[in-house]
Ligand binder design. Structure first.
Ligand code: F6P
Length: 366
């Protein structure tokens, strides 16, 4: 940990996929730094891409007024710009280049002496690497996926779960009218947090998570058993990263210029086809996609984002640098960025919500 230092000009950036609550963090960081510490705040545009391209600007107190409830990020974001392995294209070939020294030079040019990185695991891996190079950095855990290691919860997750739950609720009535199996595919990458929470909240009959590889015939049997009991429809909430036992997750596309090139997706429609053949029932799939990342943040995400943003500045000003603001057992805390890099938090198989789901006869496809 560095000695206590008076940070005078702090940059803030939002990296990776966006989510509701980013603006609430930008607001909390800026207002806390200006009003409590008389510091200046600069906004880096489009995540690490703006740092590489030297695009950043001062954020005044009034610039962050009236953004608390607004989704997205006023700074822009990018999920393809790792400054330590930036994809540089020449003709048809692409090579990776370390541009981190250029980024540090850009910060020096603007007399910026610390950086607040708001992002998920990829953003935190670069944040930890910048910290290793001597830049004081603070992390704020963002993502709808809730998969950042070291924190009970990320902001953005609750808003995504609320959207996904609303979709499951709506699908329920049409499933019931048409006696169908409706499959709702939600995001979450390799973690099943959104599927688990939205599935339980929406009363899904089957919940499929990446952490519990499913058996197709068990799902078909479950749907059949429900119809034998007079329940003529079923709702399946499936995480985009779910996979059959012994199989692999479904890949929608591979983005060669992205640090995290795999984009998952497609399981919903495949399951609908397979289950229609196996059960003889009409099956339809709904893919929620980026709808889950949009809209106004829920009250919970607004408060969480405000708390995280404030905490990051307080820790920085107290010299507790190079740490990620987290909630641990419901309490405000922090963990070293070096511990977060390269790890993700998946759903434990004995999670209380899985146990509760099983107790109300929800199938997890096994
Ligand atoms: O990490 C957030 C997330 O929305 C994931 O749930 C999803 O797999 C991915 O980003 C989609 O990425 P993109 O915005 O590049 O399509």
């Amino acid at each position: 940990m560095a000695a206590k230092k008076r940070f005078k000009r702090i940059a803030v950036m939002t990296g990776g996929g966006d989510c509701p609550g980013l603006n609430a963090v930008i607001r909390a960081v800026t207002k806390t730094a200006i009003s409590r510490y008389g510091a200046e705040v600069w906004g880096i545009e489009d995540g690490y891409l703006g740092l590489i391209e030297n695009r950043m600007h001062p954020l005044a107190y009034d610039d962050v007024s009236n953004i608390l409830t607004v989704g997205g990020t006023i700074l822009g974001s990018c999920n393809k710009s790792n400054p330590f392995a930036f994809h540089v294209r020449s003709g048809k070939s692409v090579r990776k280049k370390d541009l981190s020294d250029l980024c540090l030079e850009h910060l020096r040019q603007h007399d910026i002496d610390a950086m607040i990185c708001v992002g998920g695991d990829g953003t935190m891996a670069s944040a930890a690497a910048f910290a290793k190079k001597g830049l004081p950095v603070m992390g704020v855990p963002k993502t709808i996926d809730n998969d950042v290691w070291g924190t009970d919860v990320t902001f953005g997750f609750n808003s995504a779960v609320t959207t996904a739950t609303d979709a499951i609720d709506k699908v329920h009535t049409t499933a019931s009218s048409h006696h169908r199996v409706m499959i709702v595919e939600v995001m979450g990458r390799y973690a099943g947090w959104i599927a688990l929470y939205a599935g339980v909240a929406g009363g899904a009959d089957v919940i499929l998570l990446p952490e519990i590889p499913y058996e197709l015939d068990k799902i078909a049997d479950y749907v059949h058993a429900r119809s034998q009991k007079g329940k003529r429809f079923s709702i399946i909430a499936v995480a985009e990263g779910a996979k059959p036992k012994g199989g692999k997750p479904f890949v929608a596309k591979v983005l060669k210029d992205s640090p995290d090139p795999i984009r998952l997706g497609g399981i919903g429609t495949t399951l609908a086809d397979q289950l229609e053949k196996m059960t003889g029932r009409s099956c339809r799939a709904v893919v929620l996609g980026h709808v889950q990342r949009g809209g106004t943040p829920t009250a919970l995400d607004r408060t969480l984002a405000t708390q995280f943003g404030h905490h990051a500045i307080e820790m920085l000003m107290k010299g507790r640098i190079n740490r990620l603001a987290v909630l641990k057992n419901g309490r405000q805390d922090s963990v070293p960025l070096s511990q977060v890099a390269g790890r993700i938090k998946t759903v434990p198989k004995n999670h209380p919500l899985i146990r509760a789901g099983k107790a109300v006869n929800t199938s997890f496809g096994v």
